[in-house]
Ligand binder design. Structure first.
Ligand SMILES: Nc1ncnc2c1ncn2[C@@H]1O[C@H](COP(=O)(O)OP(=O)(O)OP(=O)(O)O)[C@@H](O)[C@H]1O
Ligand code: SF4
Ligand SMILES: [Mg+2]
Length: 324
């Protein structure tokens, strides 16, 4: 559900940058930062899709927002800079910001049963006994389609779809304001994907959630999201309302991404070859376009200047080819 125009953003991300292994050989081998100056807003009640091929930096953005990895920039969540918060203040804010991962089984502690898994965030963030939370846990599990007969099961006794439902219940039990979903349906059978996507949409509307929804599956992004942010090599290519982006993509990379839909799953395909080095490195260092080595429209000027994006909305004002 779209947020009303004019309401203050719930999340304001400005110039977010992530570089792995600073000071290590891995860092010097990494030609560009994993996230290289990304800015966007998510309004209350809004669903923002985050798309881009494998390695473009989607999960790094999610991990940076959750403070799971070091990052620079500004991440205002409900007006407070998450990147500056520490200790109790960070904990209190993180309560309202939850994540659902791609691998539902891997994300669940194998030693805990379903009831314990969903009660755990309550016990961690809210002082009370497991008994006091039982009703709340059962109700939330029921809401995501997990019946009471599954309460005593352990993760390995669940199907992928059931495990993802438990992951959702765990993420939502604290009633967060923002849910980050990092490829939440990618590991599931096709038949289960639409069930989980429908469930997410219903829960989002019912709970007034904002979503940052990361996916390769552009059809699910179209189904769930109000706006879509397209990134490539850690940089914003385009940010546009869903219908504009799918109906008339402006950036050559967005067009390539949509043309390749469904975007190949990196888990199943061969890893992408590293970018041809020297020309791209030099071009990016001097402000050139990161997509130039693959862009069918590239011209010489693209080695000196990236496409112009307007403000934090990153609506594409010009790609050099368009103005040639
Ligand atoms: N722990 C890490 N150490 C070093 N480099 C990393 C690490 N995690 C990710 N990277 C690199 O950072 C870049 C962005 O990776 P990231 O996982 O954010 O991409 P992604 O868009 O989520 O990809 P995918 O669609 O495959 O999940 C890639 O070049 C990746 O190799
Ligand atoms: S700036 Fe040039 S290389 Fe980059 S997307 Fe536009 S036309 Fe392609
Ligand atoms: Mg990822």
């Amino acid at each position: 559900m779209s947020a009303a125009a004019g309401t203050a953003p719930l999340l304001e991300v400005r110039d977010l940058r992530v570089r792995y292994g600073i000071g290590t050989r891995a860092a010097s081998a990494q030609r560009t930062a994993a996230v290289d100056g990304v800015s966007f807003d998510v309004a209350a009640g809004e669903s923002l899709g985050l798309v881009g091929e494998s390695g473009s930096g989607k999960s790094s953005i999610a991990r940076a927002l959750l403070r799971l990895i070091p990052a620079t920039g500004t991440v205002l969540f409900q007006g407070r800079d998450l990147l500056q918060l520490e200790g109790a203040a960070l904990r209190a804010t993180r309560e309202h910001l939850q994540i659902v991962f791609q691998d539902p089984l891997g994300a669940l502690d194998p030693r805990m049963n379903v009831a314990e898994l969903v009660a755990e965030p309550l016990l961690e963030f809210r002082a009370a006994s497991a008994g006091q939370h039982r009703e709340q846990v059962t109700r939330m599990l029921g809401r995501v389609g997990i019946g009471s007969e599954l309460l005593g099961r352990y993760p390995h006794q669940l199907s992928g779809g059931q495990a993802q439902r438990v992951g959702l219940a765990r993420a939502l039990i604290l009633r967060p304001r923002l849910l980050i979903c990092d490829e939440p349906v990618a590991a599931l059978d096709v038949s289960i994907r639409s069930q989980i996507a429908n469930l997410l949409r219903d829960l989002r509307d019912e709970l007034g959630l904002s979503l940052l929804f990361i996916a390769h599956d552009l059809a699910t992004v179209r189904f769930l999201c109000d706006r879509v942010l397209v990134i490539y090599r850690g940089q914003t290519m385009e940010l546009a309302p869903r219908d504009a982006l799918y109906g008339a993509p402006r950036h050559p990379y967005t067009r390539a991404l949509l043309a390749a839909n469904p975007v190949p799953d990196p888990a199943r395909g061969a890893p992408r070859a590293p970018p041809p080095a020297a020309v791209l490195t030099a071009a990016v260092a001097s402000g050139g376009c990161v997509f130039l080595d693959r862009c069918p429209l590239a011209v010489v000027r693209c080695t000196q200047q990236a496409p112009l994006l307007r403000g934090v909305e990153a609506s594409l004002v010009s790609c050099h080819r368009a103005s040639e």
